[in-house]
Ligand binder design. Structure first.
Ligand SMILES: [Zn+2]
Length: 412
């Protein structure tokens, strides 16, 4: 499957100049190649094509040495564009009668309507500086390095072509065509129980996931709490510092730096967590936290984790889609309070880390209990109508087994 990823790029003055110069040379080549085709046909009824015209490129370069400033495959692509324009024209001629439209012959391009160059195969490289930021560099042969904002990283695709273009107001973009491995979505009704993963995201642990049999915990990176403490201290210092003082400016700078570090660390950990989550199953069940009552929060740690939850859900969602898997969202209400085995309400505040049910005697980690509830909530909703026989138990997995595994985990 081929898809196009577009990123904004920020060439500096020098590279902007080179880009504009390159596009202009390409436009001139396009127009010259068009003239050549027309002439060849008029004078001797010869139809030139892509192959005959690219074969002439070395000779054209000798006559026009400035073309050596352009990467040679980019020049080939110019000839290809003309060839495509001819093919479109011939197709239109063929379908003219049906469409009732006049077929327009390929025309010379003015500066206003020639705005891009394409590297059809090589000569370009996209470098993602660090997975935790969206900063990247696009390296273009014969042009230079260009700052790029990688808004969504290309994880398992092969970049095939690279087109750099400018818009009417002088902004620059790169279009990368990316070939992703063909994914055949497993029909949802063919997915087995153990491929359904319940995910509980939280403050103490970033995520706890379970397929009903196994448990996986993803820890919050330790650095996060360190940065959070630092930020709190600096915020207090800032509020106590004198307005417009030198010291205040210094603190503010330090604070901004720390906040950026925290954001980067968080993003990095969310990428790792979402990769891990999507890897572990075919249906990923997460709480739908975009519900009322979870919006504004003035507590720093809490607001960070709220933001992270949304990001983590987003990442799981698109990564699952890219991998041909499914993300399912369920109602988050009371997933931590109800017993995952018997359904009894077991009230507990955030400080209580163990779920201990007086009704059925289940004692497991609180987040695991929530993850099991989340998983089962989906199974009840979807499987009852899709797959499960009417009389089948709603918990098809052995909860004792999960509990036992959990205890082994903590003791080791
Ligand atoms: Zn219970």
């Amino acid at each position: 499957m081929i898809r196009t990823c577009q990123y904004r790029i920020y060439p500096n003055k020098k590279t902007t100049k080179i880009l504009n110069y390159t596009i202009e040379l390409c436009r001139q080549l396009y127009n010259a190649a068009l003239t050549e085709r027309k002439e060849a046909y008029r004078s001797s009824q010869i139809s030139l094509n892509y192959y005959s015209q690219t074969k002439e490129l070395p000779a054209t370069k000798l006559e026009n040495p400035e073309l050596n400033d352009v990467y040679s495959q980019v020049l080939c692509d110019v000839v290809k564009r003309l060839d495509n324009a001819y093919n479109l024209f011939f197709n239109r001629v063929k379908s003219k009668n049906r469409m009732g439209k006049k077929a327009g012959f390929p025309r010379h391009k003015s500066r206003d309507n020639y705005n891009s160059i394409t590297y059809p195969q090589s000569g370009f490289k996209l470098i993602h500086k660090s997975k935790s930021t969206n900063k990247g560099i696009l390296q273009l042969s014969k042009i230079g390095d260009i700052k790029t904002i990688i808004s969504r990283e290309i994880t398992d695709g092969d970049i095939k072509t690279c087109t750099v273009k400018r818009n009417k107001i002088g902004q620059w973009y790169v279009d990368l065509t990316v070939e992703f491995p063909d994914i055949v979505n497993k029909p949802i009704e063919d997915i087995k129980e153990e491929e359904i993963i319940g995910v509980d995201v939280g403050i103490n642990k970033l995520a706890v996931l379970t397929n009903g049999v196994e448990v996986k915990e993803i820890e919050n990176p330790k650095l996060i709490s360190k940065y959070e403490k630092g930020i709190k201290t600096l915020q207090t210092l800032l509020s106590k510092s004198k307005k417009h003082s030198c010291n205040r400016a210094k603190i503010r700078k330090k604070l901004a730096k720390k906040q950026l570090k925290l954001a980067n660390t968080l993003k990095d950990s969310l990428h790792k967590a979402s990769n891990e989550i999507v890897k572990s199953g075919n249906i990923i069940v997460i709480e739908d936290l975009n519900v009322e009552g979870m919006v504004q929060n003035h507590n720093l740690a809490k607001s960070i984790s709220d933001g992270s939850w949304n990001k983590l859900m987003d990442m799981c969602d698109y990564k699952a889609e890219n991998a041909g898997k499914y993300t399912q969202f369920v109602d988050p209400r009371d997933t931590s309070q109800l017993c995952s085995r018997c359904g009894a309400a077991v009230k507990k505040d955030l400080s209580i880390r163990i779920h201990n049910c007086n009704n059925c005697g289940l004692t497991i980690d609180r987040d695991l209990n929530a993850a099991l509830n989340i998983r089962e909530r989906y199974m009840r909703l979807a499987w009852n109508s899709v797959k499960m026989p009417v009389d089948a138990p709603t918990t098809a997995y052995s909860i004792e087994q999960v509990g036992a595994m959990k205890q082994e985990d903590t003791s080791s």
